[in-house]
Design a protein around this ligand. Sequence first.
Ligand code: SAH
Ligand code: SF4
Ligand code: F3S
Length: 440
Amino acid sequence: MPDAVKKLHIKTYGCQMNVYDSERMAEAMGAQGYVLTDDPAQADMVLLNTCHIREKAAEKVYSDLGRLRPFKEAKPDLRIGVAGCVAQAEGAEIMRRMPLVDLVVGSQNYHRLPDMVAAVARGERPVDTEFPIEDKFDKLPERPATGRPTAFLTVQEGCDKFCAFCVVPYTRGAEVSRPVERILTEARKLVDRGVSEITLLGQNVNGYHGAGADGTWGLGRLVRALAAIEGLERIRYTTSHPNDMSDELIEAHAEEPKLMPYLHLPVQSGSDRILKLMNRHHTAEHYLRLIERIRAARPDMMLSSDFIVGFPGETDQDHRDTLALIEAVGYGSAFSFKYSPRPGTPAAERAGVDSDVADARLQELQALITRQQRAAQEAMVGREVGVLFEKAGRMPGQWVGKSDYLHSVFVSADEPMQGRIARVRITASAPNSLAGELIR
Ligand code: SAH
Ligand code: SF4
Ligand code: F3S
């Protein structure tokens, strides 16, 4: 008996926007009878949803495609598609280098995936990376229930900031905010399907400026409208730019308890000279003052950031300025990357820092961040926090969830906790998680 159900394997690289897009691609193909599989060997179609942000990420796509070759040889009608930011940046190049690829679809076009798969069946090799006039979100099928209590919701896409190192303005295009009513409708539907925490997504999510019935809304106002939805208990947003942190949004942190006290606010460097070369349009001082205002509004705010080390022209003094900024802020967590020159970006024209020097700086910075992260976790011991439980742990009776501050928290409970929010007293801190007891 032939298998009537078709199986789709999606591999997702890069940021949460890609995670969200992968879910929506799975839904679009789900409407065509495809179900997801974790195993590429079982799949009738494999989609790589790719990231172009650093050279390693982009090159990985080609090696992963190479690894799919035996599957394609064993099953010639296996469909292989490349989506996401590498697709957007190098669509034609992928088709030329990788004959096994059947289709290339950009980040704004994946609502057309079913049509493209049909074109492949007719013997074509479609590439669709033009920015379309229509809004893909209007064309995608309704979102089904997933059983998970958390969901992403893209509210803003693209970027107009043009940081000198970054490909996103080229791969994702100009900043576009979705209209208020569409977002509220999608959020209400997610809540009806059992979601109690929504993370609003955008490359510059705090630059959100969507059309509302009475003019343009900023993110602060959108958050307040979302908070009025009954059954939606937690709101988060990522990623933010320091220059778009409006008073309205900071006030929302002070006044709206559903807005969680965790903020990812990338600064990239603590050196004004490097920030200028990076085209960031803010100084270290501006960032530190901003953090003060945010903490005045929400004293328990947990902060995180991204850092790039080894940006062209970075001296030891610049690096020490970055370490000093990290000391001054005190982060709950942070991501740090060695600078990677990207084609088409202004910084790629400049001579880079010696690779070994950059490696040493990265290690030093990461050691500092790790110390701060541990300290922030240790400081949770003895405190009471809200936890949204997401799944059962490995031990019998164990449940795992995320605290208000996004720490993983383990508890024991004799009743099912999945999807529930409970108060927990933290009793112990491990390297990457916390343990606690339910407060009755
Ligand atoms: N829109 C977000 C993040 C975009 S990419 C923002 O503005 O913060 C995520 C992170 O990747 C960036 O914050 C930056 O730290 C890192 N990154 C971007 N381009 C890079 C490059 N060329 N080399 C190394 N890291 C890079
Ligand atoms: Fe890239 Fe800068 Fe835009 Fe962030 S703000 S996506 S780092 S160009
Ligand atoms: Fe990567 Fe594209 Fe996200 S380049 S970080 S997947 S926007």
